[in-house]
Write a protein that binds this ligand. Structure first.
Ligand code: MIG
Length: 690
């Protein structure tokens, strides 16, 4: 059951698609205090667990920190930060009470979850104009499902986007990209996409291609696609100020850009130099910007990533002018030097600048500050809405850096500029189920880490987790050590891991699609499945992946294994590759499990099945009819395999669902869907192969 409570005059965010009536009674669970804004407080029991907040720092259990919804270009994903690129204002309280709370508010908001007082949860919006939804249900998962139902179906990525993807900021030209493709293909490392970062553009201008470095772009896109490699260009939020540049001219002529205090087009500095920001909150501007992607679609592009859409600003001229003016009139002493240094450090992404930017929302002038967290969402929505018109029958890959609830209908996200740090593998693990709660299912982190220099063992361990993550993209920053896997010594080990990913795709894709279609979570904390086990809420470094598997990634350097908690008897699959693995039955409880650097630890649940395919060099070449099915069967196990063509939108077609049943003797049958050719690999409860 969902109840909505309204305070003041909320700005419509379009987060919710199934509208609810506003209740008249008082808000349950919370005490509400009217201050200059409004404050919602809830007293937690020491054992209560608080889930949620999607993309943010720290744990699956969010207790013990102050979080802020303030979308920020934050390249330091350290635990002392309060926000990253997104605002996902949903919490699920699990303890003496069980409920979800969604705060639909586009401005700045804090969640003090036991920071000021250990047992107090306090939610404070900047202003008292918001909708609060209280969601009650039978279980944690049921609460999440109701929330998801209310905010609408999650975006569906094309199937090729489940392949391995290679990216790096600094691929400069055709030649370099051709070589990246060749290095993978020569070594038989499967690959489905190569990313184009800002350097493909002509001086960082959206919807342009540099003619010197990519002289025959459409032909080049085709050349790559003939090898089943998709090129995925980046689109930045800011439009370069340059007379004669089409996107700029159109935006100016139609008043599609955000305004400054004087009503002129707002200017900030980002990669192209001075830019204007499209007013994505204005439906006309949104439509215009979305349709601009056509320039790239026309050249054969089928996927994009939207960047810098918090929006990130490097500077505004006013701020620099003020600072320089002040500096030239001052005596330089230590105090002034320190003052100056502080001023320089807040030139970028300064909240004061956002106050001077304005939107046109249905004719009303709204300060950006009030709707800050909606910007990236609406940039991606612009594209998503346009794709519906431009290519209604085809899925386009789309994911964004910044987001707010609602954006999950138009694209996924990547989790931004992490670092090649071991602790960021752990952060990646913890963030995934929190994002899934928000309906963000097509997601992943920069594998191997974006900033800082990676090492071979870090990239390998990271890949061992990433190989169950929908968005499996190796991405790194300019001037860091190169981390494409072919550059390392143990290329064979990497190849076998990527092949394992491709073998897992039938299962992973099936689980992803069912999660989308049933408002389910693809990644779950263990506590969402083993609801009666008192220990599982403590487990934050193991995840359920779909209905059959649990993964326990190794995320510490020089570790020869790790402690794993088994919430029930399970079949351990210690895998080096598709044809190189060991199965062993393990009892419920705590174990230390060894895992060599190139070994992944997966665990199969009893009476569940894992469908494994053969590897191929790309998703398009996967065999979708012949599988090996690994089962750990006490009596009978059933698995519904979802599959479709991976491009179109015929999701509800019943031929997409094939039910596979296997009994303990290994007898199998399929129902519905399509004819499959299965090879059954069964283990009995003693762990012996049948
Ligand atoms: O200021 O386009 O998060 O993935 O490689 C940095 C260059 C801008 C930030 C993105 C990152 C991308 C980079 N961008």
């Amino acid at each position: 059951m969902i109840r909505k409570y309204t305070y003041g005059n909320p700005i419509e965010t379009d987060a919710v698609v199934e509208k609810k009536e506003t209740q008249t009674g008082s808000l349950p669970y919370f005490s509400v205090e009217k201050t200059e804004t409004v404050k919602f407080s809830y007293i937690m029991d020491p054992a209560d667990v608080v889930y949620g907040l999607g993309e943010n720092v720290r744990g699956i259990n969010k207790r013990g920190w102050l979080y802020e919804s303030r979308n920020a270009d934050e390249p330091n994903h350290r635990e002392d930060r309060h926000s990253l690129y997104a605002s996902h204002n949903f919490l699920l309280i699990d303890g003496k009470d069980h409920f979800g709370v969604f705060i639909d508010y586009p401005g700045i908001l804090t969640f003090d979850i036991g920071y000021t007082k250990l047992n107090e949860l306090v939610i404070t919006p900047r202003e008292a104009d918001l909708d609060v939804y209280i969601i009650e249900g039978e279980s944690k998962l049921d609460i999440v499902k109701q929330f998801r139902q209310m905010i609408g179906r999650s975006y569906i990525a094309p199937k090729w986007a489940f392949g391995y993807q290679q990216s790096r900021w600094s691929y400069m030209d055709e030649e370099e990209i051709r070589d990246i493709a060749k290095q993978h293909r020569d070594r038989k490392i499967p690959l489905d996409a190569i990313y184009l970062d800002i350097d493909y553009m002509e001086r960082y201008k959206d919807f342009t291609v540099n003619q010197e470095t990519f002289p025959n772009f459409a032909e080049f896109v085709k050349e790559m696609k003939d090898q089943n490699i998709h090129l995925v260009p980046i689109i930045d939020a800011g439009v370069k100020v340059e007379a004669g540049y089409q996107t700029y001219e159109e935006g100016v002529a139609n008043n599609y850009f955000c305004k400054n205090v004087k009503g002129e087009d707002f200017v900030a500095g980002v990669w192209p130099g001075d830019v204007h920001f499209p007013d994505f909150l204005n439906p006309d501007a949104r439509k215009w910007f979305g349709h601009s992607y056509q320039f790239l679609l026309d050249q054969g592009i089928e996927g994009f990533w939207n960047d810098m859409n918090e929006p990130a600003t490097f500077y505004t001229r006013e701020r620099i002018d003020e600072m320089m003016e002040d500096a030239s009139n001052r005596e330089w002493d230590l105090d002034y030097f320190l003052d100056f240094k502080d001023k320089v450090s807040v030139i970028a992404n300064n909240p004061e600048d956002y106050k001077k930017m304005f939107h046109n929302m249905n004719g009303e002038r709204i300060s950006h500050e009030k709707v800050h967290n909606l910007f990236g969402y609406n940039m991606t929505r612009a594209a998503g809405e346009a794709f519906e018109e431009l290519c209604p029958d085809k899925r386009i890959l789309m994911f964004s850096r910044s987001s707010y609830t609602g954006m999950h209908r138009y694209g996924g996200i990547w989790t931004g500029d992490n670092l090649s740090w071991w602790q960021h593998i752990l952060l990646n693990i913890k963030m995934m189920p929190s994002l899934n709660m928000m309906g963000i299912l097509y997601t992943g982190a920069d594998m191997g880490g974006f900033g800082a220099d990676a090492t071979e063992d870090l990239v390998m361990r990271w890949m061992e987790f990433a190989l169950v993550v929908p968005l499996m993209r190796n991405h790194s920053a300019l001037d860091t050590r190169r981390q494409e896997v072919f550059r390392f010594e143990n290329v064979d080990a990497f190849r076998k891991l990527v092949e394992l990913r491709y073998g897992l795709i039938p299962y992973l894709y099936s689980e992803y699609m069912k999660a989308v279609l049933y408002n389910d979570m693809y990644f779950k904390p263990l506590s969402f499945v083993y609801t009666e086990d008192p220990f599982v809420s403590q487990v934050e470094d193991q995840l359920m992946v779909g209905e059959s598997l649990m993964i326990a990634p190794v995320y510490t350097q020089n570790a020869a294994g790790r402690y794993v908690y088994l919430p029930e008897e399970m079949m351990m699959l210690r895998m080096r590759g598709l044809h190189d693995y060991e199965c062993r039955k393990m009892e419920k409880g705590h174990h230390y499990v060894e895992a060599d650097l190139d070994q992944v630890l997966l665990f199969l649940r009893p009476d569940h099945l894992l469908v494994l395919g053969e590897a191929a060099q790309s998703v398009a070449q996967l065999n979708t009819e012949e599988f090996k099915v690994i089962g750990f069967v006490r009596e009978k196990a059933e698995y519904v395999l979802y599959d479709d063509d991976g491009y179109g939108k015929d999701y509800e077609n019943c031929s997409n669902y094939t039910t596979i049943t296997v009994d303990k003797t290994g007898t199998w049958k399929t129902e519905g869907g399509k004819e499959l050719n299965l090879q059954i690999e069964l283990y009995d409860t003693t762990g012996k192969r049948i």
